[in-house]
Design a protein around this ligand. Structure first.
Ligand SMILES: Nc1ncnc2c1ncn2[C@@H]1O[C@H](COP(=O)(O)OP(=O)(O)OP(=O)(O)O)[C@@H](O)[C@H]1O
Length: 303
């Protein structure tokens, strides 16, 4: 488990992370979302002991990173896939990392195989595409078979096949009971990958919820189709709902959920042909949540 306790990181007068507290539990993919400059990378660097917090703490299984012996066995991370020596061969790069944590060559071969780089193990990294570098970075993160994994924007610059591969990998790592924290600025991607979402903006926690909870929070209304719309609208209003009749004759009801509407219709022997809860897309929800915390945005065009 990863736990942040009132984590704050300042760079001079700028506050990159502001009193941030949340937990990342095992067995799930937790999506860590926020606009550019929200503080995601700084938070991850603090978890990995690369940035010292100004105050508060970031703990891995209850300990600071620096206090963990042979950390690759506990935590693996992909922060910046470009930050590798291009002159090295893939196998040698991983073997060098492995040795420093007492990990043997067999494990290097296993992780190269898991990320699909076995056939280029002897090739120099300088000739690798961005996608291959991402895979190599992930192989490095997996070397020590750690229970906790952090990935900073792992899909950046990848083609759709590469993005799908990363998504499936994250899900299978969580399925193995690991703690997986993955940052992104795309809710559309996290909706497909993550079970839990943590949203930050300007270094502060904006929302923390499961994906279904977040969808529920942004539930808009329930669409109801019935041949007896006037009578059902009257009954729903009596039960406290706000009901709007749409141009196609269907009803949009707010204030009652689909189950309550169905029960009312049943009690009054009214046929219901459709009953659909409608939510804002998570992308819309995310934009609403982070509206005040976007660092740079296009100005409104005035004519
Ligand atoms: N070493 C540093 N020195 C000064 N300011 C920094 C430093 N690192 C980050 N910052 C600032 O801290 C804030 C948070 O940056 P951070 O990189 O953590 O955000 P992020 O959410 O990862 O953004 P992005 O999605 O653009 O990568 C930004 O305003 C950034 O300019």
């Amino acid at each position: 488990m990863i736990e942040l306790r009132e984590l704050t990181k300042r760079y001079g007068p700028a506050v990159a992370v502001d009193n941030l507290s949340f937990r990342v539990e095992p067995g799930h993919v937790t999506g860590f979302l926020g606009p550019n400059g929200a503080g995601k990378s700084t938070t991850m660097r603090a978890i990995l002991g690369l940035d010292a917090p100004t105050s508060g703490e970031a703990l891995i299984n209850g300990r600071r990173y620096a206090a963990i012996e042979r950390p690759l066995h506990h935590v693996g991370a992909l922060l910046d896939a470009a930050a590798v020596h291009g002159g090295r061969r893939a196998f040698d790069h991983l073997h060098c990392l492995a040795r420093s944590n007492g990990i043997g060559k067999a494990r290097v071969r296993t992780v190269l195989d898991r990320v699909g780089l076995a056939s280029v193990a002897g090739k120099r990294i300088g000739g690798f595409s961005l996608g291959m570098r991402q895979r190599l970075g992930i192989a490095a993160a997996l070397l020590g078979d750690p229970g906790i994994l952090l990935f900073d924007e792992p899909g950046n610059g990848l083609d759709p096949e590469g993005i799908r591969w990363i998504r499936d990998l994250m899900r299978s790592l969580a399925g193995e009971g690991r703690t997986v924290l993955v940052s992104s600025h795309l809710m559309s991607e996290m909706e497909l990958t993550a079970d839990h979402i943590v949203v930050i903006g300007r270094g502060r926690l904006i929302a923390e919820a499961s994906v279904p909870e977040l969808a529920e929070r942004f539930r808009r209304d329930v669409l109801v189709r019935t041949p007896d719309d006037a009578e059902l609208a009257r009954l729903l209003r009596t039960a406290g709902a706000t009901v709007t009749r749409q141009t196609d004759g269907s009803l949009a009801a707010q204030g009652l959920d689909a189950a309550a509407i169905g029960d009312i219709a049943l009690r009054h022997h009214i046929a219901v042909h459709e009953l659909t809860p409608r939510s804002d897309s998570l992308e819309d929800a995310y934009l609403k949540l982070t509206d005040d915390s976007t660092e740079y945005r296009a100005g409104r065009t005035t004519s």
